[in-house]
Design a protein around this ligand. Structure first.
Ligand SMILES: [Zn+2]
Length: 81
């Protein structure tokens, strides 16, 4: 039987996928969208940062700022004595 070897096939399909935060595991499907690259035609995914991780990072930043303020105040007052 005759055969064609190495035939390239191009197919268009719809792909559904889920997106999760790699750090905390929160679902990010509502924060994600798809698009094609402008110049390469590649499919791309855009993802907004995870709200839960942003909130946690802010809390950590406040805590670090508070602790640094406490330390700075201690040093300031100890130098006055
Ligand atoms: Zn997260």
């Amino acid at each position: 039987m005759p055969t064609f070897d190495n035939v390239d096939i191009q197919a268009c399909v719809d792909i559904e996928f889920e997106v999760f935060c790699a750090r905390c595991g929160a679902g990010l499907c509502g924060n994600s969208d798809t698009r094609s690259s402008y110049n390469r035609g590649c499919p791309q995914v855009t993802v907004e940062p995870c709200d839960k991780c942003i909130s946690n990072s802010k809390d950590e930043g406040y805590d670090e700022g508070y602790e640094k303020g406490q330390q700075d105040a201690k040093e300031e007052f100890s130098n006055d004595n």
